[in-house]
Design a protein around this ligand. Structure first.
Ligand SMILES: Cc1cc2nc3c(=O)[nH]c(=O)nc-3n(C[C@H](O)[C@H](O)[C@H](O)COP(=O)(O)O)c2cc1C
Length: 190
């Protein structure tokens, strides 16, 4: 059973927010959860902008796996003081209440911390509109908190690294709890 879905909202090919999303998913997987990563880049731009039909194979895969997942990680770059427009086009294609019963962890990267609150004022209302029952505080990473080492790895400074680990671990814990509740209910009703 897929427990986590990771959604990358950056249209960029070499994307920092997507790299952090991969790191978050890997950390949760190391704790025994299973998950899959999808990107806005998986869906043709035409379909994102003009609306993909329910049978669009990329979108269908995301929706099917989202139905079964109990935890969702959403990563986005900050564009013009908000989340990316590409992410919004994908969120607009999801069914009504697609995030119901799930715990969601938002991750955002920005060039500075000027738009630190964008997760709260821009992204969270959309996640709640999609039915998310629990949205974690989230992780905002500004460029000055990141360094690429000689192996090409992105490293976080100590303070944000601690927050990153704490938020991902909370997501993994909550997603597992919800999953156990769902399995318990399924068994009780069987
Ligand atoms: C069109 C555009 C608009 C941006 N607007 C902002 C902004 O308003 N605030 C900010 O902190 N960074 C802004 N940035 C910088 C990106 O948020 C930052 O480089 C981010 O880490 C990119 O993430 P990505 O590599 O996952 O795409 C902008 C970048 C682009 C390309």
């Amino acid at each position: 059973m897929t427990q986590l879905i990771a959604i990358a909202g950056s249209p960029a090919l070499n994307s920092k927010s997507t790299e952090f999303l991969q790191k978050a998913l890997a950390r949760a997987e190391a704790q025994g959860l299973t998950g899959n990563l999808f990107s806005v880049r998986d869906i043709p731009a035409h379909d994102l902008v003009y609306g993909a039909g329910e049978n669009n194979p990329h979108l269908k895969k995301i929706i099917d796996q989202l139905e079964r997942a109990t935890g969702v990680i959403i990563a986005t770059p900050i564009y013009k003081a908000a989340y990316s427009g590409a992410l919004k086009t994908l969120l607009d294609l999801l069914p009504h209440k697609a995030l119901a019963g799930k715990v969601v962890l938002p991750i955002a990267t920005g060039s500075s911390d000027k738009h630190l609150l964008a997760i709260d004022y821009a992204l969270k209302p959309v996640l709640f509109a999609l039915g998310a029952t629990q949205v974690l505080n989230g992780i905002y990473i500004a460029d000055y908190q990141v360094e690429r080492d000689s192996l090409g790895q992105l490293n976080l400074d100590k303070e944000i690294a601690l927050r990153f680990d704490e938020q991902v671990d909370t997501l993994a814990h909550e997603a597992r709890l919800i999953r156990n509740q769902v399995l318990f209910l399924d068994r009780s009703l069987a």
